[in-house]
Write a protein that binds this ligand. Structure first.
Ligand SMILES: *Cc1c(COP(=O)(O)O)cnc(C)c1O
Length: 225
């Protein structure tokens, strides 16, 4: 077994354990394996170990490696977890099965138009900037419920879940709790929250998917190659 395949097994055990401790069924928490910066040969052993859900943060990088992998493994589900520019909406709708980073009207409109054009309907999440960090993508928490409603009523797109990335230097618990509350208020079911350093906490707060990169693939090469 490669290190990454072994790490995958350990992460899955930890997810199961955290779910048990939270009194939640283990299968209610999906694992998104975040493969950004890693090349196809590094990803393949993780697919062969049974993982099917992956996350990438850049459209262009994903276009370089995933079309061939998706052809080889048609049941792969690919999530976009990084910021989306509206001029990349076409490529994003074509390649991704879930887009987790819808955070403004312009993107909602661009995705809506592309989905109609391509007849392809990736599931959509709204990213919330729970820490109101100026450098970070995501909608203001105070505008989230209204935005979800506008996605449905103005743009004709259904939002399946909310996603957040808490500030690195803060206790993530309150951010996860806020996301859970906003999802309830917006009538949205899924919660994408928790990364390598805090996914067990996120599961305790109701995460339905966790996005785990370095705990599976190891430290990312820097600078990114
Ligand atoms: C990179 C990334 C992750 C994974 O981070 P790790 O700490 O390596 O698990 C999760 N979510 C997003 C949005 C990311 O960009």
């Amino acid at each position: 077994m490669t290190d990454a395949a072994e790490n995958l097994r350990l992460v899955k055990d930890r997810i199961a354990q955290a779910a048990r401790e939270a009194g939640r069924p283990e299968q209610d928490v999906a694992l998104v394996a975040v493969s950004k910066t890693f090349v196809a040969e590094e990803i393949r052993p993780v697919i062969e170990a049974g993982q099917r859900v992956f996350g990438e943060n850049r459209v262009q990088e994903a276009q370089g490696k995933w079309p061939a992998l998706k052809e080889a493994f048609p049941d792969i589900e690919l999530h976009l977890i990084g910021p989306l520019q509206s001029n990349k909406a076409k490529e994003a709708v074509k390649l991704f099965d879930v887009i987790e980073t819808v955070d403004r009207e312009k993107i909602a409109a661009a995705l809506s138009a592309e989905m109609a054009k391509q007849g392809r309907h990736p599931r959509l999440y709204v990213q919330v900037n729970t820490g109101l960090e100026p450098q970070k993508a995501g909608i203001d928490p105070r505008e989230t419920v209204d935005f979800v409603t506008r996605c449905r009523e103005v743009h004709g797109i259904e939002v399946e879940g909310l996603m957040c990335i808490p500030p690195v230097d803060e206790n993530p618990g309150p951010h996860f709790a806020l996301l859970e509350k906003l999802a309830r208020e917006a009538g949205v079911e899924k919660l994408s929250m928790g990364m390598s350093g805090d996914f067990e906490t996120a599961i305790a707060f109701g995460a339905t998917s966790v996005r785990v990169g370095s705990a599976i693939f190891g430290e990312r090469p820097y600078p990114p190659r």
